[in-house]
Write a protein that binds this ligand. Structure first.
Ligand code: ATP
Ligand code: MG
Length: 192
């Protein structure tokens, strides 16, 4: 099977069609957002245009906010959230989080209609749907609007089953161990 995959990958390289995929990174283990950032690194190397719109994130600092600038103009990162919802230092009303998610949705629709990107990453969108900031039907609408040839990457735990059913590639990160459980705090460069 792996040989089949390698030989089909080699053929694809010769006649790359750029069909565009719907990719989902979900699960309770670490690595969903960083896997999406791995795609950015790979695609920008081909001169492809990549956008990342982050739900929920927006008030804390992550290293990718600065490294994104180094990958401009091919890569464009927008942190459109208001930080953690309902935990840690969340001093926002839930309506603020919902409004921020509305702004993110409008931006997604605008960027998709402009056909600006080869790849659009919607970071934490699955989790945003899980906690009710957006609805599953709004996610389905995004999938419907996906321009031909554009890849959509949806990250976050609790991906809705309807989205999993429609996706081309779904990977579930499963926690086997996480240092957080041993009381080890978030590590610079690894977690943020
Ligand atoms: P990353 O951004 O590191 O790829 P992720 O996108 O898979 O992680 P999220 O659910 O977005 O995970 O969580 C973001 C933060 O929570 C990161 O700092 C990450 O290290 C941490 N984290 C992820 N999975 C776990 C876990 N199972 N237990 C504790 N912390 C976690
Ligand atoms: Mg994440």
């Amino acid at each position: 099977m792996i040989l089949n995959y390698i030989s089909s990958t080699m053929k694809m390289r010769q006649m790359s069609t750029k069909k565009g995929l719907v990719i989902v990174y979900t699960g309770n283990g670490k690595g969903k957002t960083t896997a999406a950032l791995g795609i950015v690194l790979r695609a920008v190397g081909h001169g492809m245009k990549v956008g990342m719109i982050q739900f929920i994130k927006g008030e804390w600092y992550y290293g990718e906010l600065t490294s994104a600038r180094r990958l401009e103009p091919e890569f464009d990162l927008v942190a459109a959230g208001k930080g953690f919802v309902g935990i840690i230092d969340d001093d926002h009303h839930i309506q603020d989080h919902k409004n921020a998610a509305r702004v993110a949705l409008d931006l997604i629709r605008k960027k998709m209609s402009e056909k600006k990107y080869d790849i659009l990453i919607l970071d934490e969108i699955n989790y945003a749907a899980k906690i009710g900031l957006i609805s599953v039907s709004e996610m389905l609408d995004i999938l419907k609007r996906r321009p031909k040839g554009m890849t959509l990457v949806l990250t976050g735990n609790y991906a809705p089953q309807e989205i999993i059913d429609l996706a081309d590639l779904v990977t579930e990160m499963r926690e086997v161990k996480h240092p957080y459980k041993l009381g080890i705090k978030a590590e610079k460069g690894i977690d943020f």
